[in-house]
Design a protein around this ligand. Structure first.
Ligand SMILES: C[S@@+](CC[C@H](N)C(=O)[O-])C[C@H]1O[C@@H](n2cnc3c(N)ncnc32)[C@H](O)[C@@H]1O
Length: 250
């Protein structure tokens, strides 16, 4: 999968791409990330990419011409799906990550200052994406959030193919608590169910913990979950079914 990032600060993205899973995915050719310095497309000798807003007001606005020239240049090779990182966009979540992982090429445009000229958005942008209801200084960190979360969903990127499938959100539930050695830490023992060696018991225990945690922390997520007959039985045995029932859609 190819990610193009359009930014006035390409160096901001360089270091996170050189570590861990992203570095491995790049080295293995599972992803390619091309950083495009918007200043290279500025029209004047001062390499200006922003200007004052018409109508007055605080801050600066990113000019449309360098953005358009950059997009024309990189889209010329092969078309990509263009995303503008923007707090006004649709809120990003795991479902969006799964959907966007289906594209061959994503072009991520990073805003700065007060944002970008609306005419560029109208003409070039397929979707505006927000990573949450807060304001960042620029779209670069948001672009990295998308690249990171999408890359780990691509086939062959994670060492263990199970890990993405069982993540928090992938089944609409928060992930169960995890434990590793030692068996006792600061007088706290690993739950006995996890030491039983009985796979069915372990998976039922983890499932109940997932549901419990989701009820406590993110009950609204349960509206999107459907339990199988087997899962309902497990919840009934744990005494949770009556409590969880009103939170489900049906
Ligand atoms: C300081 S922000 C501009 C905020 C703008 N004045 C507003 O109120 O909507 C500068 C840039 O950071 C990026 N940005 C800020 N918050 C973001 C968020 N929550 N999600 C995605 N991008 C964000 C966008 O690219 C935005 O153009």
């Amino acid at each position: 999968m190819l990610f193009d990032v359009v930014t006035i600060f390409p160096q901001l993205l360089a270091s996170p791409l050189q570590e861990g899973i992203l570095r491995r995915a790049l080295a293995a050719g599972r992803i390619d990330v091309r950083l495009h310095n918007l200043r290279d497309y500025a029209l004047d000798r001062h390499k200006m990419t922003d200007d004052r807003p018409f109508g007055g007001g605080e801050g600066m606005v990113m000019k449309p011409e360098p953005l358009a020239a950059c997009l024309d240049d990189i889209q010329g090779e092969s078309p990509g799906h263009v995303l503008l990182l923007s707090p006004r966009g649709q809120t990003y979540d795991q479902r969006q990550a799964e959907r966007l992982a289906g594209y061959e090429r994503l072009i991520l445009v990073c805003g700065r200052y007060e944002g970008v000229d609306e005419r560029f958005t109208e003409l070039y942008v397929d979707e505006e994406i927000s990573i949450g209801d807060y304001i960042l200084t620029g779209g670069e960190l948001a672009a990295l959030v998308l690249i990171d979360s999408i890359t780990r969903l691509l086939p062959g990127v994670l060492g263990c193919s199970e890990s993405a499938a069982n993540d928090t959100f992938s089944h609409g539930l928060l992930k169960h608590p995890q434990y590793t050695r030692p068996r006792v830490f600061a007088n706290l023992e690993v739950p006995a169910e996890l030491l039983s060696g009985n796979h069915a018991e372990i998976s039922a225990y983890r499932f109940v913990q997932s549901v419990r945690l989701t009820m406590e922390r993110r009950p609204e997520l349960l509206a999107g979950v459907t339990f199988t007959a087997g899962e309902r039985k497990i919840l009934a045995r744990a005494g949770l079914l009556d409590e969880v029932q009103p939170l489900l859609k049906i």
